[in-house]
Each structure stands twice: as C-alpha cells, then as structure tokens.
Design a protein around this ligand. Sequence first.
Ligand code: ADP
Ligand code: MG
Length: 686
Amino acid sequence: MRPEILNPLFAEVDSLKGVGPQLTKLLKKLGISRVVDLLYHLPTGAIERIKAPAAEASLLGRTVILDVTPFETRESRSGRGPTRIFATDSGGNAISLVYFNNPGWAKRTLPIGQQRIVSGKLEQYGDEWQIIHPEVSEPGKGPPPLIREPVYPLTEGLTNRRLGELVREALERAPELPEWIEPSLAARECWSSWRASLALIHRELGAEDARRRLAYDEIFANQLALLLLRQSQRRHRTVSLPGTGELIRKLHLPYQLTDAQRRVIREIRGDMAQHVPMLRLLQGDVGSGKTLVALASMLTAVESGAQAALLAPTEILARQHHSTLLGQLDSLGVRVAILTGREKGRARDSVLMGLADGSIDILVGTHAIFQEKVAYKQLGLAVIDEQHRFGVSQRLLLASKAEHPPHLLVMTATPIPRTLTLTQYGEMDVSRIDEMPPGRTPVETRVISEEKLPDVINGLGRHISGGGQAYWVCPLVEESEKSDAAAAEERARVLKMRFGDDKIGLVHGRMKGADKDAVMERFASGDLAVLVATTVIEVGVDVPNATLMIVEGAERFGLAQLHQLRGRVGRGSGKSTCLLIRGQNLTDVGRARLSLMRETSDGFRIAEEDLRLRGPGEILGTRQSGDEVFRAAKPEDVETLAPIAQSDAQLLLDRDGGLKGERGQAARVCLYLFERDQAVGLIRSG
Ligand code: ADP
Ligand code: MG
C-alpha cells in the first residue's frame, strides 16, 4: 500500500482549483494526469522580464513590464486588421498595444483612462513603440507578472501562464517527504530537500543542483528496485543444470563457433551449473550470432533433464526461431513447440499438455508463454530474445510471481551503451559477444535524397532482375499504426505496378498474424523479391539472400533502429547495400546522424552517439514499452549518478535489508513515488 504521505501527489489533476474536464483533457495530452505529473513537467527555459518605468531604445527586443494608461482605441476598418490600443507609460511615451484577435476582450481589459500593468516584447513600428499581444493585469488585483517565468512544453489551448499557475498550486500541495538520500552525499553535493528542489527548478532555470538531485532520486529508485530484484532472485535456490555436452556435440553446424560465442557459452553454462538462478544479460551486435548461444544454452537445460523456453518480442520472430530450431533439433530427438496468442483450441491444449507432462523440451513463443495458465513440468531456463521490449517493469512483475525462478538469459541486439546498461539491467551479470562471424563484408551504406526516388526504384529493378532480394522499409508517419500501414500499402502498390504483383510482399503491424507469417515465409523462401514493411521487421529477421535494404524517411528513425534494420542485410557472404532515403528538410543534427550511419557499422558507437544526440528514449523506446525513461535525469546524469546510486542503494540494503529503519522507510516512499510498487513487494521481510 502506498504511504499516505504520497496521496496528495497521486491525486488526479481535477482536484486542483478550476480544473474541469476540458483542462483535464488538455493536460492529458501532455502526459499529465496526476498532481505528481505536474511537478515533474519541468520547464525547458524561462522568460526574463524587466520592470521598467518607461519604454526606451535599450529595452528593444526585451520582455518588459510597464505601467500604462490607455487613451485611445483604434479598430481596423475592414475588421480584418489588428486592434490597436494606444496608451501612455509612466515616462509619458505613447505605446501601441496590438491585438490580432478578440477586439472586444482587448477593449474591456484595457479601458481608457485606467492604469494597467502590461508585459510583452518591446518593439518599434515606424517611430512608434509597440507590444504585440501583451499580457495584462490590473494593479492590486491578481498576481503581478513574474520577473522570471518558467517556460513549459505546451499544447494548443493551454497557455504557459495557466500551466505555471497549476504547477505552483501543485507545489503548494506537495508535502515535504522524508529524506532518502544519504546525508553525507546530500551535503557533499549541496542538495536541498526533494520539495525544495522541485520548487527551485520551477522557479529558476539553471537550478542545476536541484535538477541533479531530482535526477538522482529517479536513478536511486531505479537502482534500488533492480537490487531488490537481484536479491529476491538470488534468495531462491534452483535446480543446477550442468549439462552433459552430448546434444551440443551432435549438433551439425555449417560453421565454426567464434571465440566470443565459445566464451559466452562457457559463462552461461558455468552459471547454469549453480544452484543460484542465473541472471545474465547477453549483449551482441546484430548478426553476431546470439541465436546459436541461445540454442546451446537451451540444449544444456535439456541435457540436464529440464525444459527451456525462448521468448521472442514478435510473432514473426517467434515463428522464425521455431522453424530454425525444428530444422536443427528434429534429428536429435529434442521436441520443440510454439505458443503464441494465435495457438488456440486443440493446438493450444496439446502444447499446454506437452509442457505439463514434459513431452515438450523447448517452447518458443511470445509473452503468452509466461502467462499463469502455462504450467511447465520443469522449466529450467528462460531465454528472452531482443530484450529491449521487455523492460524493468515486466521483469519486476515476473519476479513478484515466481517461486522457483528458472535460470534467466536475456539477449539484446540493441547495443546499449555501458552507462544505460546499469539503469536498464543493473541486476544482471553481463556477457558480451564482441566479435562477428568471419567472412562478413561490411554493408555499404549510402544516404540519398528523396528526390532521387526514381533512381532508387530503377536500382531496385536491376537488383531483383539479377535474382536479388530486398527490404523496403516505410517510416513511422504519425506514431499510429494505421497511418504507417497506409504509407506501406501505398509504397507496395507503386512497386507492384512497376514490378508485378507476385514479386512484392507487404507486412505491417495491422495485419493478422497468419497473413504476416505467410508473407514472411514467401519472402524467406525466395518466392517474393521485395518485402515492403513497417518496422515490424526491425528485430531478428534472418533472410541471408536479402542483400539490399532501403529505408524511406530514414531521418525519422532512431540510429539504433536504423542499425537494427541495416543488420537485416549483410548476413550472407555476398556484398550488401543499405540505402537511407532522407527527406528534404533535414536539420544539422539529422544530417550528422545519417552520416554517422555511413561512417561506422559499430553498433556500440552508434548507440553512444544516438544517446548523445537524442537522449535515451530513442534508444530504449518509450515508456509504454516498459523501459526506464527518466523525467529529470539526462544521459550525463545517468553516467555520473548511476554508479553512486547503485553503491548507495547496496549499502542501504546491507545495513537494513528489510528497509525498516528511518532511511529505509524513506526509501520505500521513493520507490512508490517512482511507481516501483512491485519492487516494494520484493523487500525481504523478517
Ligand atoms: P543475432 O545475434 O543478430 O541474433 P543471428 O543469431 O541471427 O544473429 O546470426 C546471424 C547469422 O549468422 C545467422 O545466419 C547465423 O546462422 C550466422 N552465424 C551465427 N554464428 C556463426 C558463426 N560462428 N560463423 C558463421 N556464421 C554464423
Ligand atoms: Mg537475433
């Protein structure tokens, strides 16, 4: 149960003065639904106003506050031009106050002969002083204009002033929370309390200490949650799975393992031989051969008499893994099954039965395989592929259910910079595949302007008439699957007209699973020459004969995403090409990002750069995907503060594992504040 002290923070925004359904809706658009969201809606800048007795040349272009008295109102004759209200300031200058809309309001608010306070940017028009759309207040009534006004991200229909008022009211309601930061750390960093820091950051831009303190809070909650997760997993004992090596020896591979593959398999088998459940993250760039490592680990489990499950992020990838495994394992007598949201009725029942009685050794599937109804005879190992869609929250949720956790191997193709690894996977041990299989030729990457689209299509024609296959990826249009699908459909239509219906396939997120599979299969078997797709093919798909990747609207993708997409080609020994088609209005950052793609194929470097250029949200996806996204913390903070937060959280748990002491209780408040409710469930009792 959430501590009562937090109740005012988690109250809905409509509990604030004057917030009705309409305002609630606008706030929701900004992601603000509770008082606490308002507090963490941080300003991005500030307006500085100068209180001046009179207009003067040195103030031109600045935002001024002036006392004025209107003496004449002039409306445009046509009714289409602006309304001008002429006023004198305290120095006797005439100044024109200009409104382009709402003449009635302007006249009421600035009545002739009455003193008013106006504020806005001072300009010169001919030889007249003027302010366009000044804000107005009446002396002695309501708050005077702020000398410093924080500027907030806004949405249409909501003014900065109104939002500022709401934030101030939220601040008044915010209670002082018990301090969870180690006193010596707070002293060393000159940090104020949580509440004071929030007040400061909303009052003064550049309140850097305050922002860092708030950043630390988030990172601390994150590190504490991950340590609790690790601790709870480690408390359990599990079955040791030493393996015999027998099945792995029988596996027929057309190639030699790389040294890196050998090394990480050794690390994993070492873990699985223990009675403490493995918690290991396997990082390896796209194409580094993680699937084989997963296979070796699963066979180790099967050799030891246990079952293994492989969780894929998409239906397409699950089917692909399933068919690869079937091909490799059938002759070894290892029984493999698949379970996704699509297996229904009898098929589903028979899989469920096989899992329960142990006649299925390896299960491949989507998140359906972790549902409650799925009972295994003895699940020894769970492998999660392409982890970046399976975030901290999901892992916490999973842990809070598990009594006897299986060994866990999490594989990610997203090259996560070291600094982010700590906040995303801080509870895990890390293995890296830092070497590519031999014989890969790097993918040639070219950035092409969209004006050259006809040339690109001609080039595609030559490519496929020579027997080649290609991907054509259409961009996110408006973050809605509907419009993405429409763009992809349109592209497919154009290509079909040119190259023939039977050569072009289309997959997008709104298609039915079975239809997607059918298209994927036709592409994999070489029946289709071109696969037009939205980013549903981003992760994992492996069709070695496809050596051309075309990405439309490339500037709209995150670099890590482009890297994933490019990783779909260059899988065989043939030469591969990736064409990044860019729109015409490219920003400097956009240009820099795309040229980085051309320069390097090193996924880690790309991810580090992307992090620097665009922030962690881009690399790790959005909040909905379950990954950690911070509101106050910037990448630099993560880098410097995460190690401190980790050791601080560890120290706290060492001293007070049940989080019962004063700081322990405060730390619980911090976990709840950042919605780590499940983590609280993992605190050791007794
Ligand atoms: P990822 O790490 O992106 O999941 P995959 O496991 O899909 O990569 O492997 C990419 C391709 O490399 C596959 O076609 C796979 O068969 C091949 N491969 C894996 N290991 C080796 C190796 N040691 N030597 C040569 N090819 C390999
Ligand atoms: Mg993979």
